[in-house]
Design a protein around this ligand. Structure first.
Ligand SMILES: *Cc1c(COP(=O)(O)O)cnc(C)c1O
Length: 372
């Protein structure tokens, strides 16, 4: 077997920053000119918050959402002092210094958080402003309905919080027919009318596709920026794929009819076969559920212009491809490609949502950022 060029065994995650910027512009146009606050929590869904944040900043984004103060600190270092960085989990006692040091804005999710924050900023000059997040029916994080009255009536509290955004979060935005969307919209209007006159925000990616009445002053897409599709009509979602997993071919061998392939001998060769062992496994975010067994071939990777089936169980570091019918020569180091335009189908075949698949991809892969 010739080895035509240099290559590493380490799998590569390619992140297409041009597609990312295009998706930013596409979602901005879908949101009809309202502002975009990018959701870059969980290391920008696994793609690398530093580089992704800077690319979005370059595309014009000046508002960002992370989950934790530590994520905000990393983002702040990368994007500089000008943009707003909101921390969705809000302030927690151990993280106060990070909020001040990195100028992070807490998203206040309860009266407890509100009072803790007011106490923490008592002697602080130029404390960060805050967002109020109301729970309008999702029953996850957010100010519960029984606390709304206090926020609506306690002037001193509201003044001290220095609120610059009022928001809520939709539970079912990917399903335009779901009645909870309207319910939450109604609740959000009712509650926000009792709050300070600041910009309002309700829509994540799915909310953008729900139409203008969900857009308010600011939308907060995450998955759509990264090329993920989430509605019942994915063909109507004009975002471009951003992420591909490239697994280099490490070895090629022949397998005799009747032999088995991989762990648990889950796949039996029904004929003489040629296989390629590629360097990416579940530790790189390739779901075990994509394994091909005697019962079922679940998926295929792209190799050059052809598709080659995954045979045997996906293991921690390696995955095996059937290249028996491959039209051409496979050289060592050639890249088998997963996800990209197959993200939705391969996620579905993994019994995972695309968000979940994406957040697992960044763990071990080397990330290569592509500018077209
Ligand atoms: C994650 C998140 C978003 C972004 O959601 P997508 O579905 O990825 O667009 C927006 N708002 C809140 C509160 C979130 O937790």
């Amino acid at each position: 077997m010739v080895q035509a060029r240099t290559y590493s065994s380490r799998p590569v995650l390619t992140v297409n920053l041009t597609a990312l910027a295009d998706n930013y512009k596409y979602l901005a146009s879908k949101a009809g000119g309202t502002r975009i606050g990018a959701s870059v929590k969980a290391d920008a869904y696994g793609l690398g918050a530093g580089v992704v944040g800077r690319a979005l900043y370059g595309a014009g984004c000046r508002i960002f959402f992370v989950a934790h103060a530590g994520e905000g600190k990393i983002l702040r270092t990368s994007i500089g002092p000008k943009a707003s960085v909101y921390v969705l989990s809000g302030n927690t006692p151990q993280d106060t210094a990070i909020f001040f040091g990195s100028k992070l804005k807490p998203v206040i999710n309860s009266l407890t958080q509100a009072r803790d924050w007011v106490r923490a900023i008592k002697d602080v000059n130029h404390a960060p402003r805050t967002a109020l997040h109301f729970d309008t029916g999702m029953n996850r994080l957010g100010i519960p309905s029984e606390e709304v009255d206090v926020f609506a009536t306690d002037q001193a509290l509201i003044e001290a919080l220095d609120v610059d955004l009022v928001m809520s979060h939709l539970a079912c935005s990917g399903d335009a027919q779901h009645p909870l969307n309207e319910t939450q919209l109604g609740q959000f209007k009712k509650i926000s009318a009792r709050m300070p006159m600041v910009p309002l925000s309700l829509a994540n990616t799915g909310g953008i596709y729900l139409g203008a009445k969900y857009h308010f002053k600011l939308v907060r897409p995450g998955i759509g920026l990264y090329g993920g599709k989430i509605t019942k009509n994915p063909d109507n979602e004009g975002v471009k794929p951003v992420v591909e997993l490239h697994a280099p071919v490490l070895q090629i061998k022949t397998v005799k009819r009747g032999e088995t392939i991989g762990y648990n001998a889950a796949f039996t060769a029904k004929k003489d076969m040629k296989i390629a062992i590629v360097s990416a496994g579940y530790a790189d975010g390739l779901p075990v559920n994509l394994s091909g067994s005697d019962k079922r071939i679940v998926t295929s990777a792209r190799l050059g212009k052809a598709r080659v089936p995954v045979v045997g169980r996906v293991s921690m570091d390696y995955t095996i491809l059937d290249i028996t019918d491959y039209p051409g020569f496979v050289e060592l180091g050639a890249k088998a490609v997963f996800f990209g335009e197959d993200l939705e189908t391969q996620s579905a075949h993994s019994q995972m949502i695309n968000y979940e698949v994406m957040t697992h991809l960044g763990a071990r892969c080397r990330k290569i950022y592509v500018n077209e």
